[in-house]
Design a protein around this ligand. Structure first.
Ligand code: ATP
Ligand code: MG
Length: 440
């Protein structure tokens, strides 16, 4: 046998039983986006490296050490492009909005779902290929839209039955306020330079705010005692924050103000927030976002405000499972077809096609290398499939132009004959009242 080839480290196969949970979540997400009038956008996996360097910021974990970047083959002029597999979705969404001038007739509300790539140390809740659901509301300036994106997430948690998350909120103010804070922050960290780790020392002058985002527990004290940006906010920034808080309060959305919350990406201003849990260890942030009014200009567009968030799908599903995975029902067929010898298969498949056209979910027993197997072994498979009915294509029945339908789940074992000539008539009685795996 040839040597086996395994998947790339940190990149997971999502196999059928687990993928059904993903489809369930994705179905609810699509419904949820429709309720809030957010429209789907799909951008390429590969972008020019410059987009992320400019959009995310040079002094960030992602750009400094996590990107999958490469030089493409040269074209006929000997020019090679620097490309990167997208590590997040916002920069690309903004690039597309600018490139296609989507804001020409007013604001846009967008969402995306798909794989992202970061070369991190793989561990539970942290992978090299992972998946995000993200939303972006572009062209809207007020705290009402900050509230809308947060309420959209909060109501999504409700619909999928996620209870173990809490909301943390902060304001990063505006550039002038950050500059005043930055000076005092640098002074504070210089005073305690001996307590900074390597990343901290390197960022002390390039991006001291990011030191607050450290995951190093040894730096907790020096970070906790640092001057707080929220104390440097002017009237307008405070009014924005208070406007958001009033809407969240009116909607019963609980939150705490976390002055250390600065987010891992450079492009945020005013509102930043995270939904966090204590149940996933160091990978406790399930959804994170904020306002990024300056990003569109950085990417070459006409100045426009924007706010959004991104959610880690793996983390949300892990947390749901941790909690007992309410809501999700594994998909099962309505009917399992128990089949006779090969000569009957044309009639069997004709009947099954008619059933499927009538909306019935049908799993056909198919022959393995050793043939169909006995009716008994087929019934075992029918049972294991979870189907509510077995549809038995016995030779005698077929000769009479009939097929036998047997109840598998209600304990009755009841059987009845159904005419092959009129599948649509009895097909209607076979489906589950609510389709399995449907969205609530
Ligand atoms: P962390 O602090 O955990 O590294 P981050 O600040 O880098 O997260 P964002 O860039 O804000 O994360 O991405 C939004 C969300 O995407 C995160 O809150 C998390 O749920 C998810 N996420 C980020 N990186 C990964 C990863 N490597 N594997 C799985 N999920 C991830
Ligand atoms: Mg990260």
């Amino acid at each position: 046998m040839a040597e086996k080839i395994s998947a790339v480290k940190g990149m997971n196969d999502i196999l059928p039983p687990e993928a059904a949970r993903w489809e369930w979540l994705e179905g609810i997400v699509r419904e949820q986006m429709a309720r809030f009038a957010y429209r789907n956008i799909r951008t390429p996996i590969l972008e020019h490296t410059a987009l992320f360097v400019r959009g995310i910021g040079e002094v960030t974990d992602i750009v400094e050490k996590e990107m999958y970047s490469f030089e493409d083959r040269s074209d006929k002029h000997g020019q090679a492009e620097h490309l990167t597999m997208r590590p997040e979705g916002t920069a690309a969404a903004v690039r597309a909005v600018v490139e296609h001038n989507l804001l020409y007739d007013g604001g846009k509300r967008l969402f995306y779902m798909g794989p992202m790539f970061r070369r991190e140390k793989p561990q539970r809740g942290r992978y090299r290929q992972f998946h995000q659901l993200g939303i972006e509301a572009l062209g809207f300036a007020g705290p009402d839209v900050d509230a809308e994106v947060i309420l959209l997430a909060a109501s999504l948690w409700k619909r999928i039955g996620l209870t173990d998350v809490r909301l943390e909120l902060n304001s990063l103010g505006q550039p002038a306020e950050r500059a005043a804070h930055r000076a005092q922050l640098i002074a504070h960290f210089e005073q305690h330079a001996d307590k900074l780790d390597e990343d901290g020392k390197r960022r002390l002058h390039s991006n001291p705010l990011r030191i607050l985002d450290t995951k190093n527990p040894a730096m907790k004290d020096v970070v906790d005692s640092a001057p707080k940006l929220i104390d440097f906010l002017g009237e307008a920034s405070l009014a924005h924050l208070n406007g958001l808080r009033a809407i969240l309060d009116a909607n019963g959305v609980a939150y705490t103000i976390n002055p250390r919350l600065v987010r891992g990406l450079d492009y945020y201003n005013l509102t930043v927030f995270e939904f966090v849990t204590d149940r996933l260890g160091a990978q406790g942030t399930v959804c994170a976002g904020g306002r990024y009014d300056d990003l569109i200009v950085q990417i070459g567009g006409k100045s426009a405000p924007a706010v959004g968030w991104a959610m880690g799908i793996e983390r949300v599903l892990a947390l749901l499972e941790e909690q007992g995975g309410q809501g999700f029902v594994a998909p099962v067929p309505d009917v399992y077809a128990v089949v006779p010898d090969a000569s009957a298969m044309p009639v069997v498949l004709q009947t099954l096609v008619a059933l499927r056209e009538a909306g019935v979910r049908v799993q056909m027993h198919a022959a393995g290398p050793d043939g169909q197997g006995s009716f008994k072994s087929q019934f075992k498979k029918a049972d294991a499939s979870g189907a509510r009915f077995a549809l038995i294509f016995g030779a005698d029945e077929l000769a009479r132009g009939e097929v036998t339908l047997k109840a598998l789940r209600d304990g009755s074992g009841a059987q009845r004959s159904c005419p092959l000539a009129d599948v649509a008539q009895w097909a209607a009685t076979l489906q589950f009242p609510a389709a399995q795996g449907a969205t609530p």
